[in-house]
Each structure stands twice: as C-alpha cells, then as structure tokens.
Design a protein around this ligand. Structure first.
Ligand SMILES: [Fe+2]
Length: 200
C-alpha cells in the first residue's frame, strides 16, 4: 500500500538530485532498471514523528520533496545505527535516518546507496567516519558541518558538503532542525562508527 508513496518520494528526490550539478557529478542517479521495489517492514522511531511536526523545516524550494518524505514517515524502515554505542538516548530520540535506495533500501539498488537524514534543532551528532565517500545535500532547515581540521560551516537548503573516505565529520544543529539527502559511493558496505579519539 505504501509503494505509491515511496515511488512519489523517489520521483521527488530524482528531481532535485538531477538538478544538482554537485550531486550528479558525485554519483549519477540510478537508472530505472537499477531500482527494484522491495517490501520492507516499517520500523518506526520517535524522530519520525518529530520530523513531521518540525516547523523549522519550512523550505520553499524543496517543499514538495519534504512533503513526499513526510508522507512515507510511518512506512519507512528507520535505522538506529548508533543504538548500541555511547551516543545516548537524547540523540537516539531526535535523530533519524533511512535508506531510500540501496542495498537495504525501500528500492533495492546494487550500484548506489542514498539516505534520508533528519535531526531536530539543538542536537550534536558526534564525530564519526566510514569508508564510503559521502555527499550531503541540504533540503530544509540548516546545520553546521565540520570535518577534521576544518572549522564548522553552516549549510542551508541547496548546499552540499563532501566527506572523503574515512574522514571524520560531525554535525551540530542550532535553532532549526535539518533534513538532508545523503549519498554514498565507493566502499558502501560498512556502517558509520563513532570516531572515539575525537569524541572526548
Ligand atoms: Fe557520514
């Protein structure tokens, strides 16, 4: 029953994705024959509700994709990547992520993995890293992104940030929450881990 809603979300993602030179050059959007719907049992977490209610995500340019993503929030397979770590309950209750297309996504895709990420305002996502190269594309709200050795930079809708292979990065939201597309390429089989040496 939710398939149509996900297909709508995918179509909306494709629009901004292909309109973004940065994203398209980083990794081309999958062809239709590379995307195969797979039925995933929904997994609901508290941040899904906060996402739908977050009035700081108002964004003129990307409101259609935001609405399409809100429409699938109850049917999505939300991840708890950091559940068994030291990250704490506040983070787990206010940060959410799921894979729209990819190896374990609502649309199976072998060649690419793309994720929806949401955080409430006033939340710190500690230093973490992963072998995949990564590009964030901000859809709504805003957040400060930092990579190791570089000052944080506030990113707003339409902005992108690139994270190299295993380059530690963190994210801090302030007054607003943030909604972003996260695209991977390269070594895509290893989940993010906290960068303990930087999280003191
Ligand atoms: Fe990352």
């Amino acid at each position: 029953m939710s398939r149509g809603l996900f297909e709508n979300a995918l179509a909306e993602v494709k629009k901004f994705y292909e309109a973004s030179t940065e994203l398209s050059q980083f990794k081309s959007f999958p062809d239709n024959d590379q995307l195969k719907w797979q039925e995933l049992e929904p997994y609901y977490i508290n941040p899904a509700r906060l996402f739908a209610e977050d009035t700081t995500l108002n964004s003129d340019e990307y409101s259609a994709v935001k609405d399409a993503l809100v429409a699938v929030k109850d049917a999505a397979f939300w991840r708890e990547t950091y559940k068994d770590t030291s990250i704490g309950d506040e983070f787990l209750n206010r940060f959410g992520c799921y894979e729209l297309f990819g190896w374990e996504g609502h649309f199976h895709c072998q060649e690419s993995r793309g994720f929806i990420v949401y955080s409430t305002g006033d939340l710190y996502y500690p230093w973490h890293h992963h072998p995949a190269e990564e590009m964030y594309f901000i859809l709504a709200g805003e957040a400060e992104f930092a990579t190791e050795g570089n000052a944080p930079k506030m990113l707003k809708p339409g902005d992108t940030v690139f994270h190299a292979e295993n380059q530690p990065h963190n994210m801090q939201t302030r007054e607003k929450g943030v909604l972003a597309w996260v695209q991977w390429r390269g070594e895509m089989g290893i989940a993010p881990v906290l960068t303990d040496r930087l999280n003191k």
